[in-house]
Design a protein around this ligand. Sequence first.
Ligand code: RFL
Ligand code: PHB
Length: 390
Amino acid sequence: MKTQVCIIGGGPSGLMLSQLLHLKDIDTIVLERQSREYVLGRIRAGVLEHGFADLMREARCGERMDREGEIHEGFYIAHDGILDRVDLHKYSGGNSVVVYGQTELTRDLYEARDRMQGKVIHNVEGVQLHDIRTAAPYVTYRDGDEIVRIDCDYIIGADGFHGVSRKSIPNNVLVEYERLYPFGWLGVLSRTKPVSPELIYAKHERGFALCSLRSQVLSRYYIQVPLTDSVDGWSDDEFWAELKRRLPEDVAARMETGPSIEKSIAPLRSFVAEPMRYGNLFLAGDAAHIVPPTGARGLNSAASDIYYLYHAMLSSYRDGDDSGLENYSSKALARVWKAQRFSWWMTMLLHTFPNDIPYDQRLQQTDLEYLFSSDKALGSLAENYVGLPF
Ligand code: RFL
Ligand code: PHB
């Protein structure tokens, strides 16, 4: 097979780029290791920054998001038994975020790819990248006993943190920066009315908690748990009881509980791989960088990579101008690191760290007091949360 751009990974990053390029008559093939049902079964992001939402519209996939997604102009931080509101609209100069599940937007992207007869090949095994540094790179995968070869101009590594693309860059070129946190998030999805119309991020000595939602009848809640915990060790009743303990009393009292329809634990990690380009391989999204979910940045960092790549490819194919491709890594990384900083800061602000000394705890408390006493500090939080410009 032959295509212009071979995209590895059929998550939001890969699908979005494929859809955008297709609309400009640039041919792509997407290779996805899992089935479509599996990809759509993964419950992940819930909050989209306005830049991501704009990209969905540009990809002609924004219709259902605009109809069913909720615009949120603020969220709460619960601490010391009270709720303090962060007015995103006021402090970011009129911006907001969209609450719309990653599952839904991935479904929209798949449907758009189907409508345009886009080539998305599922259940591929043994993907390998070849001759990345030459003008004629190619990708192979196994289909039963057969090895299938795809010749292309460019390879996009959009295959997430555990993908094969990043690992194809030699060790003496790739530099990896990583911070692991000594806890994870236990998440529960339930068909219950959300406890609050806006998200609540809760700081509590027993550990962080988050009240989020997918719609007015579907709630998503998380609690900080030790990395040694397993999903099986948490019954629904234990989860609800622990969540309530970490929230202000009046919020806990109005919490509607019910059976979980999904329950999973995600470890928290900060990670960046540099450079994001090696020859004709370009990394995008979680394949190159991961953030702890506290600042709702993961998908949104992926969106800016896709935006830069899309425009760089257009300039290259249309005008023969490769400067965008040449600058891709440094431009993408500049924004990536800002998302890293913000996600790290939100994580440090709101979680309970097992080995913190009293000095650290007082600083954390002071950070929070400073936040709600300074319009400038709230402005910094708000502009990062709604998304820095691409
Ligand atoms: P994905 O979604 O991991 O997709 C990569 C795809 O590549 C496939 N793959 C391969 N395909 C072929 N060959 C191989 N060798 C392959 N190896 C892997 C995989 O099967 C997969 O389908 O990466 P992508 O597209 O870059 O998207 C990134 C986002 O998924 C991620 O950043 C967000 O989910 C992070 N995140 C959040 N981001 C936000 O912006 N806002 C949020 O509110 C938010 N909440 C979250 C989150 C992530 C979470 N978890 C579980 C980590 C909440 C949670 C709990
Ligand atoms: C979610 O709804 O899954 C969600 C929302 C905000 C975050 C992280 C996850 O910061």
